[in-house]
Ligand binder design. Structure first.
Ligand code: ZN
Ligand code: ZN
Length: 92
């Protein structure tokens, strides 16, 4: 599935339940409303993102290789919010 629009993702795939917000794409429950967008960016839009390494400014298109690069080469950045270093590739 290719998702590019957070608004339509939220409208069609987020169910507001008793315990929080349920993502229908991966059945994860998100307890805070403010975390929905991060979840979407993190889980369902990774292919459209590029990551800039905070340690050496190297660019990555896959979050997995980016995080393992940071963990291996820049352990001082462990625990940071990696989405802070993501930029959207698509310019629509
Ligand atoms: Zn999800
Ligand atoms: Zn680096």
């Amino acid at each position: 599935m290719q998702l590019s629009d957070y608004k339509s993702y939220r409208e069609t795939n987020i169910i507001h339940g008793a315990n929080g917000f349920l993502c229908r794409l991966c059945t994860k429950v998100i307890s805070h409303k403010g975390d929905i967008k991060r979840h979407f960016m993190d889980r369902h839009m990774v292919r459209d993102l590029m990551f800039t390494c905070p340690g050496c400014s190297k660019l990555f298109t896959a979050k997995n290789s980016f995080t393992s690069h940071v963990y291996r080469n820049h352990p001082q950045f462990k625990g940071i919010d990696f989405m802070e270093f993501a930029t959207k590739i698509k310019s629509e």
